[in-house]
Design a protein around this ligand. Sequence first.
Ligand SMILES: *[C@@H]1O[C@H](CO)[C@@H](O)[C@H](O)[C@H]1NC(C)=O
Ligand SMILES: *[C@@H]1O[C@H](CO)[C@@H](O)[C@H](O)[C@H]1NC(C)=O
Ligand SMILES: *[C@@H]1O[C@H](CO)[C@@H](O)[C@H](O)[C@H]1NC(C)=O
Ligand SMILES: *[C@@H]1O[C@H](CO)[C@@H](O)[C@H](O)[C@H]1NC(C)=O
Length: 368
Amino acid sequence: MACPSSRFLAVALLLAMSSFGASAYPALGGYMPVSNVLEHAEIIKDVMAFADALAGESPDYAKAKKIYMFGAGNSCKSPSSVRTLQGFAQKDLTGESFADKFIAGGFPAKFWDAVILAALDGTADFAGAERTKRVTSLKKLVLGVCNFYASHELEAAIKKVESGDSADGSGSTLAWDEGWAFYYGSEPDGAEAAWGAAVEYDADFAGNGSITVSTEIVAQFNAGLHFVRNSTASLTNAIRARDTIYKLWALTYIRAALKYVELSETSYNGKVHAEGFAWYMAIDGFVASYNASAAKAMRDALDISKPSVPSGTFCAVREQMLQALPAMGLDCKALGTFKDSTLTASCPSVCNVSARCSSQPVGLQQLR
Ligand SMILES: *[C@@H]1O[C@H](CO)[C@@H](O)[C@H](O)[C@H]1NC(C)=O
Ligand SMILES: *[C@@H]1O[C@H](CO)[C@@H](O)[C@H](O)[C@H]1NC(C)=O
Ligand SMILES: *[C@@H]1O[C@H](CO)[C@@H](O)[C@H](O)[C@H]1NC(C)=O
Ligand SMILES: *[C@@H]1O[C@H](CO)[C@@H](O)[C@H](O)[C@H]1NC(C)=O
């Protein structure tokens, strides 16, 4: 898939305009980039084309695979080079703190590519899997990849601050902006991108002091950008923002996992199961690096090759996950409770908020 050069004319114009001030770059949601990352954000248009190929009763897996591997041409690196979802999935991020947590948690460096190809091809855990399981998993897994790759840009930004490559519009600031672009995407209100999932699970787990990830994370991204800009650079604060962003991601995907393991237990279908399986993969290795047994309990509960989620699974896995939160700098109050939960009331009460919670949510207070 070629990248039409007309796209680059527009980019060149924007770049020329930028010499008159940073306002040449429009806000992406609540985030104010100091570089042009529209082309990067448009990887989400590939995600949408991928989902379109998989729509309906007869998903076109071959077409989706082509988009995954070769791109739909929405996100270009240069007139001759296309950004692809598989490029994200195959990039070896060993040595970066987020990816290294997955590796420490037992994941191979290119685990995303393996699971996405298996779902596309109907092999491994997806051999004989029903359509909704494959399709739903695929639509969420590619967003997990975008989220994972966003971590790469935050890590790259920090490395560039260290090497003094931190002018606005290039180096560290461009990398940090790219992190937001891959997380938030190109669509109004961050629709279709990973940020949209944060909004959804914020609403599902709202109330009683739970953290609203979708707004907190905007503040963390904006703060982090400030700390990777040349005149206000601070490695310590940039790393703090990055690590807080990782914790916020953990809240979103643990919420999704808990919601869907519960729904799968109370009223099983392949779609809710696949939602839980795929969203949890975006954070599984991170959780595992802090608490291998809790991470494995959730992984096993949502194992996509299983035909059902047995009674008792939700309470058991919820208890383990709540016990694992403090090691991640989180707690049950920050996480909240699924608003439509029917099982929580019958679970053992391991969430003692007065024992676990300080007055400020753990881990976010440093930047407040
Ligand atoms: C700021 O930019 C200058 C010149 O481009 C560079 O020498 C310096 O190392 C940068 N400072 C930081 C903190 O990145
Ligand atoms: C807040 O906690 C109280 C006491 O546990 C509970 O009755 C109420 O349903 C919770 N509200 C929400 C929105 O979770
Ligand atoms: C890990 O989670 C288990 C529950 O699965 C809990 O008993 C244990 O205390 C946790 N360990 C750490 C270090 O958080
Ligand atoms: C919760 O923790 C607080 C503080 O450690 C303790 O005083 C209280 O008894 C605990 N409540 C329950 C129900 O375990």
